[in-house]
Write a protein that binds this ligand. Structure first.
Ligand SMILES: *[C@@H]1O[C@H](CO)[C@@H](O)[C@H](O)[C@H]1NC(C)=O
Ligand SMILES: *[C@@H]1O[C@H](CO)[C@@H](O)[C@H](O)[C@H]1NC(C)=O
Ligand SMILES: *[C@@H]1O[C@H](CO)[C@@H](O)[C@H](O)[C@H]1NC(C)=O
Ligand SMILES: *[C@@H]1O[C@H](CO)[C@@H](O)[C@H](O)[C@H]1NC(C)=O
Ligand SMILES: *[C@@H]1O[C@H](CO)[C@@H](O)[C@H](O)[C@H]1NC(C)=O
Length: 311
C-alpha cells in the first residue's frame, strides 16, 4: 500500500513533458503504442528519450513497395545492419486517412527505439501505388531515402492474387478464378486492381513529381530472393551505410527453396506464406499477360534508366 502511494507521489511530481521537436507539439493522438507507454525520461536538453539512451525518430528510410515485391525480406535483411532500426509493423500512415489524421506525433510513436546515430526504417508496401502518398512524404522530409523493391510484374500479379485467395480461403469465402479477373471480354482487364499495381511506370511517375530519381533506389526483388548478398550490398551503398552485411549472413535452405538469415548466430527464415505456390493459369492467358506488360515495362526501364530481366 505504502509503495502504491509512494509511486503515486512520484508520478505527481513528474514535470510535464516538454517535447524538443516541433513535430511533437500538440500531440493529441490516441494512446501511444505499447513501447511508447514505457516511462519516457526527461533530459536536461528537454529531449524525450528512454533512460537507456535510445529514442524514437521519424524514418530516414522508407520501403514504399511494391506489394508482393519482397518488402518483408528486404526490411529483415536491412535489419542485419547494426546502424538500422526497423519499425515492426506496416504503419500505413500516409495511405490510410484514419492514421494520417492522427498526425506526425502519432507516426513518431509508432517508430522503434533507436540509438541516436541509427537510421530508422518503416515499410508499407501500399505506399507505392497510392497517389496521395508521395506529396505527403515529401512534406514530412524531402530528403528521405526511398527503397522500392519490384519483381516481374506478371509474377507479382499472380502472387497478389494468391495472397487474396488464401485470405478468402481462411475466412471460408469464395473467390473468383484468376482467369475471370485477368480477362474481360477477351481483353486484359485494367479494372483488376492487382493488375494496376504492376503498372510500375504509372506509379513511379507520380513519385518523380516530388522526388529526384537519386532519392529512389530500385531493388531487384527477383535477384534478392535468388542471391540476396549482392543486392544488399547495393542497398548499403545507396544508404551510405558502412559495409557490414556479408555473405555469411545468408544461407540457402534446400527444403524451403530460398535463403534464410543468420544474425549473430541466430537463424531465421521468412514466414511460410512467402513461398506459396501460384495458381495454375491457362498458358494462353499467361502469355497474353506477359505480352501486355511489355510496353509498360519498357516505359518503366526508360524512367529509371535501367533494365530488368522481366519477360
Ligand atoms: C539525454 O540525452 C543524451 C543524448 O541523447 C543521452 O545520452 C542521455 O542518456 C539522456 N539522458 C537521459 C536521462 O535520458
Ligand atoms: C531501450 O529501451 C527500449 C524501451 O524499453 C527498448 O525497446 C530497447 O530495446 C532498449 N534498447 C537498449 C539498447 O537497451
Ligand atoms: C491505376 O491506378 C492509378 C493510380 O491509382 C490510377 O490513376 C489509374 O486510373 C488506374 N488505372 C486503371 C486503368 O484503373
Ligand atoms: C560477417 O558478419 C558477421 C557479423 O554479422 C561477423 O561476425 C563475421 O566475421 C563477418 N564475416 C566476414 C567474412 O566478414
Ligand atoms: C529449413 O526449412 C525447413 C522447412 O520449412 C525447416 O523445417 C527447417 O528448420 C529449416 N532449416 C534451417 C536450418 O533453417
Amino acid at each position: 500500500m505504502a509503495a502504491f502511494f509512494f509511486g503515486l507521489l512520484l508520478f505527481a511530481m513528474q514535470p510535464p513533458p516538454i517535447p524538443s521537436r516541433p513535430a511533437e507539439r500538440g500531440d493529441r493522438g490516441p494512446p501511444p503504442s505499447p513501447t511508447a507507454s514505457s516511462p519516457l525520461a526527461l533530459n536536461d536538453t528537454g529531449a524525450t528519450g528512454h533512460p537507456n539512451g535510445t529514442l524514437k525518430q521519424l524514418p530516414h528510410i522508407l520501403i514504399i513497395g511494391v506489394r508482393k515485391g519482397g518488402t518483408r525480406a528486404l526490411i529483415e535483411m536491412l535489419s542485419l545492419h547494426s546502424a538500422v532500426a526497423a519499425a515492426e509493423n506496416e504503419v500505413h500512415f500516409f495511405d490510410w486517412e484514419s492514421h494520417f489524421q492522427k498526425g506526425i506525433p502519432w507516426y513518431l510513436s509508432q517508430m522503434p527505439f533507436a540509438l541516436p546515430d541509427q537510421l530508422t526504417v518503416e515499410k508499407t508496401p501500399a505506399y507505392f501505388t497510392s497517389s496521395k502518398v508521395p506529396e505527403r512524404i515529401h512534406d514530412m522530409n524531402p530528403g528521405i531515402k526511398l527503397l522500392l523493391i519490384l519483381r516481374d510484374p506478371t509474377e507479382r500479379v499472380l502472387s497478389d492474387y494468391t495472397q487474396v485467395f488464401y485470405n478468402r480461403l481462411q475466412k471460408h469465402k469464395r473467390y473468383q478464378p484468376i482467369e475471370s479477373l485477368l480477362v474481360k471480354d477477351g481483353e486484359i482487364n485494367l479494372g483488376y486492381k492487382a493488375l494496376n499495381r504492376s503498372l510500375y511506370h504509372l506509379h513511379l511517375q507520380n513519385w518523380l513529381r516530388y522526388f529526384p530519381l537519386e532519392s529512389i533506389h530500385v531493388v531487384d526483388g527477383d535477384k534478392l530472393i535468388r542471391d540476396p548478398f549482392p543486392e544488399m550490398k547495393r542497398v548499403e551503398r545507396f544508404l551510405n551505410l558502412e559495409p557490414q552485411i556479408n555473405a555469411s549472413n545468408f544461407y540457402f535452405n534446400k527444403t524451403k527453396g530460398f535463403y534464410c538469415l543468420r544474425d549473430h548466430g541466430r537463424e531465421r527464415c521468412l514466414h511460410d506464406s512467402k513461398g506459396r505456390a501460384h495458381p495454375h493459369v491457362a498458358p494462353a492467358i499467361l502469355h497474353k499477360l506477359y505480352r501486355f506488360f511489355h510496353e509498360p515495362n519498357r516505359k518503366f526501364f526508360e524512367l529509371v534508366g535501367r533494365t530488368f530481366n522481366w519477360n
